[in-house]
Design a protein around this ligand. Structure first.
Ligand SMILES: [Zn+2]
Length: 342
């Protein structure tokens, strides 16, 4: 069996999150989802399509769930079923505040613990939530500190991609000029220098801990891992669901080939919205702002099939939690970028 592994994750951001990014939603959207509100199409339409496709490739994925959405009874049932089928449920905070990193330390801790409190009852008896991803890919030392204190095994918030960073800064700046401020924030440029492979951070989440670990950090064997989203080495082109849908076909094949041939670990991040059809309910308002929402479901499915087929030739799929267990037990607890056997 291949020693190379690929973890597929889905950020379960609802359509309301995208309305916030594009400045189309009110800023007071924190707090529980109102009672009696309809289930979100990301849960009822997109997720079942992804899970059906995953079954074909024997993929057990990691779902990053927003706590308040998991309180909705229909969403909760869908998530419980996914967990029973072997998928991992991880924490994407309670409110999915794009400004999470600007809260007080107690506010940050509460966003994390409240998310887990809602998600854990959906897991089989005794299982814990062990993974976290910040909203909007922004993480700070304060968030990392909270995750350590709450016993997390890994964080996967870092997306070390200059192209994405530039695009996000441009959109946020443009919306501010048009007096339609986005609720998203640009975040620290340190992310651009973060490693493109799993590591155990020091106090700064963007850097591996020095080999002589600073005082105050737990032993490496017990400490948290950072699992950045995979980018193409060198020019750091993104390899996430949006790129699968937006790259010209030749480029998608070249990037996928480049990654599968060189990377022992792929952290492949998707969003629920990647599997929405332009005619699905709730998408109309967002379509002018989200080019990926104008791609037909048929085309999307075809592209994802091609990518999964290509990855399956060289990599074994596993959840992010299982990937961390693998890193923690190999090579005496350090992840090493092995040369890939031909
Ligand atoms: Zn998100």
């Amino acid at each position: 069996m291949s020693s190379r592994i690929c973890s597929v994750s889905i950020d379960m951001d609802t359509l309301a999150c995208y309305a916030q990014i594009h400045g189309l939603a009110p800023s007071s959207s924190a707090g529980p989802v109102p009672l009696g509100s309809p289930p979100d199409p990301i849960y009822t339409h997109a997720l079942p399509r992804f899970l059906a496709m995953f079954d074909e490739y024997n993929i057990r994925a990691t779902l990053f769930v927003i706590g308040k959405d998991a309180e909705h009874p229909v969403h909760a049932e869908i998530l419980r079923d996914a967990a029973a089928r072997g998928h991992e449920l991880a924490n994407h905070s309670y409110n999915h505040l794009y400004r999470l990193t600007r809260l007080s330390s107690s506010g940050i801790a509460a966003e994390i613990s409240r998310g887990a409190d809602v998600i854990e009852p959906l897991l089989s008896e005794g299982k814990k939530v062990v993974g976290f991803r910040c909203p909007g890919y922004n993480i700070t030392p304060e968030v990392l500190k909270s995750l350590r204190a709450q016993g997390y095994l890994y964080d996967s918030s870092i997306f070390p991609c200059p192209l994405y960073y530039l695009a996000k800064a441009t959109v946020i700046g443009w919306l501010a000029l048009r007096r339609r401020p986005s609720l998203s924030i640009v975040g620290s440029p340190q992310v651009l220098l973060s490693p493109n492979h799993p590591y155990q951070p020091g106090f700064d989440p963007h850097r591996p801990a020095p080999s002589k670990r600073p005082e105050g950090l737990p032993l490496a064997s017990r400490d948290i891992w950072e699992l950045p989203m995979t980018v193409l080495p060198g020019i750091r082109l993104p390899f996430i669901g949006t790129s699968v849908l937006m790259y010209p076909q030749w480029m998608l094949s070249a990037v996928t080939r480049g990654l599968t041939q060189t990377q022992p670990f792929l952290n492949f991040e998707l969003h629920g919205i990647d599997m929405m059809d332009p005619n699905d309910p709730g998408t109309q308002q967002l379509r002018p702002h989200q080019p990926d929402l104008r791609v037909s479901l048929k085309e999307k499915e075809q592209r994802f099939h091609n990518v999964f087929q290509q990855i399956a030739k060289t990599h074994r799929f596993c959840t992010l939690q299982d990937a961390v267990t693998t890193f923690a037990t190999q090579d005496g607890g350090s992840y090493r970028l092995r040369s890939v056997e031909s």
